[in-house]
Write a protein that binds this ligand. Structure first.
Ligand SMILES: [Zn+2]
Length: 421
């Protein structure tokens, strides 16, 4: 394997502020690199979730090689990371480790019990009794480990009184046990190589409370699982591809507590998923998290690629938009968005000169294109019979300068806002 500069291999980045540049097409790294320069964030240039690889018909090696090739061509010689995102199984771990990924994001969401938020006391007690019986807490019980314990977090006391403790345990206890298992698979798959682990519960229904985050941190520590970052589910709405929706002041107060827990019971970084386009809260995030920050973006770079299409081949962009409108009803499932089927016909009526604005600058149109990327990139064809993906790739190669320029501008805006607080 060529490794001319000795650094074309990704490395763990550690506890420095970092930024993940997901790239669904494999041609975005030059633009990402331009945005990254002088940003003060350590970059993750290869980052894709297992779900996204499946939706784009890419392998972990494809993702890795696309980044490596671009970095090599640019003569890049600083450290960079590679994030195997949202891993759920041992197979996911082995598949991505074999391709050289060194940042492993464990997604235990299938073991998170969202209903814990609304269960009554009897149901909580029953669920915890079953966890204790299953040995989730080793020879101990969750009550024995935590009931009545007080932890000082950022100068304030957090106390595990009975009901909140039971709720935290029911919600996350089995998920944390799954993280320990996954950490074992990651360790085994990396025999002797350096790696780092993130745990993400961002894709769950209910926000992660301070006490629940503390419970998570303490349980990871008790189990000897060291993480470099943890992605809680924050309050407010982190919809794909658009700005934050919610109370920014309340977000800031909750974030302060998350960061204090991460600092005092890790230390690890707080990871912000669906981090694309959350411009209104970036200054708060940058200021509150300081060095303990990781941000992940992905879909926003795909939308910038489509912007290149919109500006250089308007008829093709119209075809992609129409196709996406047709796929929306099916593809929106599993996404957290607010645009609905009823919005689509109106959006599709946009005139040619409004099409870029409606579908790439406004929330509803952005979300339609955002959730249909998998269909566009693996199923859709132009009227002339070429695959959309092939047609998009041809345009991006032909207009590589414009592609890099729009990415630098858009991702650069993200990085600038994160430093604006
Ligand atoms: Zn995520």
């Amino acid at each position: 394997m060529s490794n001319v500069n000795g650094n074309l291999r990704p490395v763990p980045l550690g506890l420095v502020p970092s930024f993940g540049y997901g790239d669904r097409l494999g041609l975005a790294t030059p633009g990402h690199l331009a945005a990254h320069k002088g940003s003060g964030f350590a970059p993750i240039f290869a980052q894709q979730s297992i779900r996204e690889m499946a939706r784009t018909d890419r392998t972990p090696t494809d993702v890795m090689e696309a980044a490596r090739k671009a970095l090599s061509a640019a003569g890049y010689s600083d450290p960079w990371g590679a994030d195997a995102d949202h891993l759920k199984t041992q197979e996911d771990v082995e598949y991505t480790a074999a391709a050289g990924f060194c940042f492993f994001t464990i997604d235990p969401s299938e073991h998170v019990v969202n209903q814990a938020d609304t269960m009554d006391e009897a149901a909580l007690k029953e669920a915890v009794a079953s966890q204790n019986k299953d040995g989730i807490y080793g020879g101990d019980s969750v009550e024995g480990l935590y009931l009545g314990k007080i932890y000082s977090v950022g100068g304030k006391d957090l106390t595990f009184t009975e009901e909140p403790l039971l709720r935290a345990a029911v919600k996350y206890g089995r998920a944390i046990a799954h993280c320990e298992k996954m950490a074992g698979f990651i360790h085994a798959a990396n025999a002797g190589k350096l790696y780092e682990i993130e745990v993400s519960v961002d894709e769950t229904d209910s926000p992660t409370s301070a006490l629940e985050h503390l419970f998570f941190a303490l349980e990871l520590r008790r189990r000897g699982v060291t993480v470099v970052s943890l992605a809680p589910r924050f309050i407010g709405e982190f919809e794909k591809g658009i700005d934050y929706k919610g109370d920014i002041k309340a977000f800031e107060e909750a974030l302060k507590v998350h960061v204090a827990i991460a600092r005092e019971f890790g230390p690890y970084k707080v990871s912000v998923h669906s981090g694309s386009d959350k411009f209104s809260i970036y200054p708060v995030i940058g200021r509150v998290c300081q060095n303990l920050l990781h941000v992940k973006t992905a879909g926003t770079s795909y939308l910038e690629a489509l912007r290149v299409v919109a500006r250089t081949d308007a008829p093709l962009f119209r075809e992609i938009v129409d196709y996406s409108g047709g796929r929306f009803g099916t593809d929106k499932v599993s996404y957290h968005i607010s645009v609905t089927d009823d919005d689509v016909p109106g959006l599709l009526k946009a005139s040619n000169d409004q099409l870029e604005k409606v579908f790439l600058d406004e929330d509803k149109g952005r979300q339609v294109l955002h959730v249909t990327f998998g269909s566009v990139l693996t199923k859709g064809n132009t009227a002339a019979g070429q695959s959309f993906k092939g047609a998009i790739m041809d345009i991006l190669e032909k207009h590589a300068d414009l592609h890099a320029e729009v990415l630098e501008k858009h991702l650069g805006k993200h990085l600038k806002q994160l430093r604006a607080g």
